[in-house]
Design a protein around this ligand. Sequence first.
Ligand code: SF4
Length: 358
Amino acid sequence: MDSQNSIFNLSLKELENFCINNSAKKFNAFQIMKWIYNAKIYDFNSMTNISKPLRECLNLNFNFKMPEIINSSRESGGEGNYSIKYLIKLNDGSAIESVFIDYGKRKTLCVSSQAGCKMLCNFCTTGNFGFQRNLTSEEIISQIILIENELKIKITNVVFMGMGEPLDNLSEVKKALEIISDANFIGIARRKITISTCGIIDKLNEIKDLKYKIAISLNASNNYLRNQIMPINKKYPIEDIVKFISDGKYFGHNKITLEYVLIKDFNDSINNAKELIKLFSPQNVKFNLIPFNKFDIENIGETVNINQKQFENNYERTNETVYNNFQDKLMKAGFVVIIRHSKAQSIYGGCGQLKGSA
Ligand code: SF4
């Protein structure tokens, strides 16, 4: 059995404690983290400002093991833009997906926070595959490091919109974010990090002051519809989301994004748009409309058990005229509304399409 731990799994505080307990100085931890995350040096012996005894001690206790990229598929978005979906194998053999989107100056990585998801939203491929386990902070951070190293680029934006519900794995997500958002380490500013949730209000209250961007996956304009597609709505109905948003004096210029997957003849009528206008204020929220992405039924992997009943729904994509009208209605009421044609859709890396198989 490997007696060493991955160094990527330690927070700054944990590494400080390790240094103090091994007769080194607290600030050595900061120096080591800077070597790893800022200078991308994955060899303790090359850390020239670290004493030899501490380097030896680090070598005995830690390794630089990371998950592995085992597959990728690329989609061109035209005008030099592109997306790449990565299949990443974790050390226990589970698989997750991350999607890199290169769009102008913005290099965004959509990361996973869990292998699978417990939330069972029935329009979502991940939700239809059930839950395997939470990712560790190391496995969350590794997605950024692996893909930056693979593409030799610097990720500018991170969105927690891959597999899993980040607020259902909040302690590991927060631990990872400390390193991701620290200017001395990975250094992605909090305003460029979006945490997307299906609406776990208690946990949202825990992160609301941390200055990350928040997106709530809403997808329906009333409880009757939302109950049919998102089981979480039975615990936290739309009124709770409305209250959370209207209580949020902290938002400032950072409006909450409401994600709304448009499903043909289900939630895409002008009446649905009118209901949204009654519920929310343009001062507090903006909308991302996402035409529904078809499931990748042909290419389902065999490593996970599909929830067949959930998968039998026959959702269809809203047609262009209907979603343009929906957008117009909201915009006339003063909302900022973006139609997000999921990038990476043809490689099944769009919203609600990640499933962790090749
Ligand atoms: S939409 Fe998000 S929260 Fe819902 S099942 Fe899919 S991954 Fe989970």
